[in-house]
Write a protein of this length. Structure first.
Lengths: 489, 479
């Protein structure tokens, strides 16, 4: 049995224990902390054992599960999925810490967080398309409950919208998977759902175009890409902070990961054919996301729109099909995972302590909560791409790739980055400085359990911004895999 | 060959047992409702086991009118086990009525008719079985005199049923007139030889329409919502979860054996019916504020789902149909028992009665949540696998079947909207209607039936391999 299987089972075991001890609601958070902490420790161990020089999957386990239908329980990690797996384990642990003072239906809440963690870890480590899809769907349910129960005023609407959008997208993905299953079966001579085997098959271009179109739709909803993004601001605004952190930090990455693993790696020809469309979508996302962020009065909605803009960089870097662009895209996924998590945590601190996130109702908070404001502005800096933070490395790399491939189109991308500086600084100025509203004279500063996760995230963002080689070494293998492209070369 | 010998009766022991039990239950004294329940449940369990033992047997019986093979055994075991789960929970209901023993006698008679269907090799035997099952079920909804809606439900079901029988007989007479045989396989051979005559197409449409009533395909579904809502939970579970599934077995025989392969237009008609049934059922279900009515319309939609597999008609697709028949029957039986428990505890099944249910009846709410997710096709519950197999098979067949797969998928997404709504009301909303003071708590037989159904949905969902293997072998035996 692979250690990945154990890591997938640990949160589920936690759910079980929480269920057994449901009569003592206070125990739930400790169980969740231990379970997610063990997952984090285990994944750090995985990182130590991982050989970045080797190609292919490591820690593999393939066990037949449903032989009549060629489905197996297959997990493994390669240089593309390992960073995302680590990111999930890290955020899964930090949100449990961050949620330390949640008391409303605590067992249910922490159980859902753990279930969500299993789902996302499963998506990133599944090597069987069927398993991949099942984990993909498993992710939806806890998030639906987290938004629907602990959310804000319009939680019913937001949770339902989230469920419908992402469910429709994943069902379209199923159709694509089904088509690949049969086509690959015809070509290989035996039917299989194993991702490595199907990745090795070369599909005819006409077929690729059809399937890649379906996949592009499915993953662009998740990423999200304008115009399929409308579920995201609603879901973020209504979701409790921990759910927002996971939503932005890892759930969006599922879209990017899927696009790379299933889209680009299996259908490179179609990816080349769709390139103009993808570039347009990415540019629209970057510019529209930044522009929309400018006009928001709700701090959380602002961050949500900035997420759309930042995920546009992922799409654009992939579309450029240059080494710098693809590396930037993969790096941006991890960078955005870490930075957006810090952003949403900072936003959550303001909401919990001040009772509102309306920028127009806030002001002068620096005098009352200096620690929180310092962390928030650092997160803003990281997100707007100040050199020294991860975000800069990623976005610069993408822009380099875009320049190599598309020339001056890079100016449009830069516009998005410039707008980001504008809306963040303007928002921070209105929140932190100016007159303190009367009802906020006595707000308290950040709690320890909110401080620790934010500090950890910002330190990581700074560390990998100054020392990108450490992570790039692990990602190089996946970039090489992606750049094999008969049309581009 | 054509003489009936005593040893030929051995494979027929399950059927004989059912007939015997029905008669014994009928002869019981009036107040022996509980004894009748025990006998009926034990009989179904014993018959299911006896059928299961016949797995692997391949024998023609009764002068070629009846055939025990993989398909027959699989379908019989399926119907008998579903009937068994349903009957286990029925005792809470029959404890409140005076005609309990008649209820069980009718159920057993209906089961006898149903288990004759999979084994029938000609349309005479098949019709005898189907009519026996139908006529016995017509009376079930009105067995509780205190339920005024039951009579309406019963009458509607009966009138529609009688009409559908007329259509079936007309179709059969056309089939006989043009092929000279009523043998299910023989007719197929004649059709393959002489080709399709317009009158045969008419026969197909008439038979499809007749059985379509029983399957509750749109536009022949009007009875379903009223009958399912009006009848009491165990009866609805039986009609929707067991009797209706018999009609799908018939449809498999008509479509896959007698007509399907020779008639491409038949496939198109079926495809259209699937799409209309799924879409109309889901749209109507979306608008309901009564959860019982919502489940009734969702049953209509699921009939369309099951038919997708029969339309696509590859081995994988029909196996998917079988899996979905299992899933839908379990969900319906469990779901309607949950509705009965909620109605007892809170006085109704409107959406408002479900608010805050997670706090008041945590176990029931959890079971219902799993059932609803399974309805919506969320993995890894059993409701997911059938749809999945059918979708993948449809994509694999290509052509316009891909569009059918897409519509199945979109309908599945649409259906999740109203299922998720109920789950949200149970878990995310505060209670609105207080439970009645004497709310039943602790063990109940209907609760056991619910958890049996949910347990099977979970276990078969986590380990679907064996069931799919059996289903695939059953389909092999058919073709």
């Amino acid at each position: 049995m692979s250690i990945i299987t154990i890591l997938l089972a640990l949160p589920l075991l936690g759910v079980l224990l929480i269920g057994i001890s449901a009569r003592r609601p206070g125990a739930a958070k400790f169980i969740a902390l231990v379970a997610s902490g063990l997952v984090l420790a285990g994944s750090v161990y995985l990182l130590g054992q991982f050989d970045p020089a080797a190609s292919g999957y490591q820690f593999e386990q393939i066990t037949p599960w449903f032989p009549a239908f060629c489905v197996s329980f297959a997990v493994g990690l390669d240089s593309l999925s390992l960073p995302l797996f680590m990111l999930t384990a890290l955020l899964g642990f930090l949100v449990v810490v961050y949620s330390w003072n949640v008391t409303e239906r605590a067992p249910f809440y922490f159980g859902l967080l753990l279930l969500l963690e299993t789902g996302v870890l499963g998506v990133f480590s599944a090597l069987d398309f069927f398993l991949f899809y099942i984990f993909w769907e498993v992710v939806l349910i806890p998030m639906f409950f987290l938004i629907g129960i602990w959310g804000g005023g319009r939680r019913s609407y937001a949770s339902m919208k989230f469920l419908i959008y992402t469910h429709v997208a994943s069902l379209v993905m199923v159709l694509a998977i089904g088509a690949m299953f049969f086509k690959a079966g015809d070509i290989l001579g035996h039917y299989t759902f194993l991702i490595p085997e199907i990745t090795g098959v070369f599909f005819e271009p006409g077929f690729q175009v059809l399937v890649f179109g379906a996949l592009l739709f499915a993953f662009c909803v998740k990423l999200p890409v304008v115009p399929l993004h409308t579920w995201l601001p609603d879901a973020h605004v209504e979701a409790p902070t921990a759910a927002s952190v996971l939503l932005a930090g890892v759930l969006l990455k599922m879209g990017g990961y899927g696009l790379i693993r299933v889209g680009y790696m299996i259908h490179p020809v179609a990816a080349g054919i769709y390139m103009p469309l993808i570039v347009v979508l990415a540019l629209v996302s970057i510019v529209y996301g930044s522009y929309a962020a400018f006009t928001q009065d709700d701090l959380k909605k602002l961050i949500a729109y900035s997420s759309i803009s930042h995920m546009g960089f992922v799409l654009l870097g992939l579309a450029s099909q240059t080494e710098a662009g693809v590396l930037g895209a993969v790096y941006q996924m991890v960078a955005h995972g870490i930075i957006s998590a810090a952003l949403f945590m900072g936003c959550g601190v303001i909401q919990h302590n001040c009772g509102t996130r309306q920028i127009s109702r806030l002001g002068g908070l620096y005098s009352r909560m200096p620690a929180a404001m310092t962390l928030l502005v650092l997160a803003f800096f990281a997100s707007m791409g100040i050199p020294g933070f991860m975000g800069f490395m990623a976005e610069f790399s993408v822009m380099l790739g875009v320049y190599q491939r598309f020339g001056l189109l890079v100016l449009l991308v830069a516009l998005g980055a410039v707008l980001a500086v504008g809306y963040y600084l303007w928002a921070f100025q209105r929140v932190a400085f100016g007159a303190l509203p009367k009802d906020m004279q006595n707000v308290r500063d950040i709690h320890w359990f909110e401080l620790v996760p934010m500090v950890v995230l910002l330190v990581l963002a700074l560390y990998f911004g100054l020392q990108p080689d450490g992570m790039v070494e692990y990602m190089q293998g996946s970039v090489d895999m992606l750049l094999w492209d008969p049309i581009m070369d | 060959m054509n003489t009936i010998t005593l040893d030929q009766l051995i494979p027929l022991l399950p059927e004989l047992l059912l007939a015997l039990a029905a008669m014994i239950v009928m002869l019981l004294p009036r107040r022996a409702g509980k004894a009748a329940w025990g006998i009926a449940a034990a009989t179904l369990a014993a018959a299911a086991v006896m059928c299961a033992v016949l797995w692997g047997v391949d024998a023609e019986l009764l002068g070629g009118a009846y055939r025990v093979d993989g398909f027959c055994v699989f379908a019989q075991v399926m119907l008998l086990s579903l009937g068994f789960i349903n009957i286990i929970g029925s005792v809470d209901f029959t404890g409140t009525i005076t005609r309990a023993k008649e209820y069980y006698a009718l159920l057993l008679a209906a089961m006898l008719g149903l288990v004759l269907i999979p084994g029938a090799t000609d349309y005479i035997t098949l019709t005898i079985g189907f009519e026996l099952a139908s006529i016995a079920t017509y009376t079930l909804p009105m067995v509780d005199p205190s339920n005024p809606k039951g009579r309406e439900a019963s009458l509607k079901y009966y009138l529609m049923g009688a009409f559908s029988s007329a259509l079936i007989f007309y179709g059969l007479s056309l089939l006989y007139g043009f092929t000279g045989t009523l043998s299910i396989r023989g007719a197929a051979e004649v059709i393959a030889l002489v080709g399709i005559h317009p009158a045969l197409a008419a026969a197909f449409v008439l038979m499809l329409a007749g059985y379509g009533y029983k399957m509750a395909l749109v536009p022949l579904h009007m009875w379903a919502a009223d009958t399912y809502t009006g009848a009491s939970a165990p009866t609805t579970g039986f009609i929707s979860g067991v009797t209706q599934k018999g009609a799908f077995i018939v449809a498999m025989k008509i479509v896959l054996v007698t007509f399907g392969l020779g008639l491409s237009v038949a496939s198109a008609i079926l495809g259209l019916l699937c799409v209309i049934t799924m879409t109309v059922g889901n749209v109507l279900a979306l608008q309901q504020s009564d959860v019982k009515r919502m489940l009734a319309y969702s049953s209509v939609a699921h009939a369309g789902n099951i038919l997708v597999g029969i339309t696509v008609a590859t081995g994988l697709a029909v196996a998917g149909s079988f899996l979905h028949i299992w899933a839908h029957a379990l969900m319906t039986i469990g779901g309607f028992f949950v509705l009965r428990m909620v109605a007892q505890a809170k006085g109704g099944t409107e959406i408002k009665h479900f608010r805050g249910l997670a706090k008041e009846m945590p176990y029931t709410a959890a079971a219902f949540m799993l059932i609803l997710f399974s309805y919506g096709g969320v993995p890894p519950l059993l409701g997911f696998w059938g749809k999945m197999l059918m979708t993948v098979a449809a994509v694999g067949r290509g052509g316009w079947y891909t569009a059918l797969a897409l519509l199945l998928v979109l309908n599945s997404a649409l259906s999740l909207v109203y299922y998720a709504r109920v789950i949200r009301e149970m878990y995310a909303k505060p209670s609105e209607v207080a439970p009645v003071a004497d709310m039943p708590r602790g063990f109940s037989w209907q609760g056991l039936a619910v958890w049996l159904a949910v347990g099977l949905l979970l276990v078969l969902g986590l380990f679907p391999g064996q069931l799919t293997d059996f289903a695939a072998m059953a389909v092999d035996a058919l073709s």
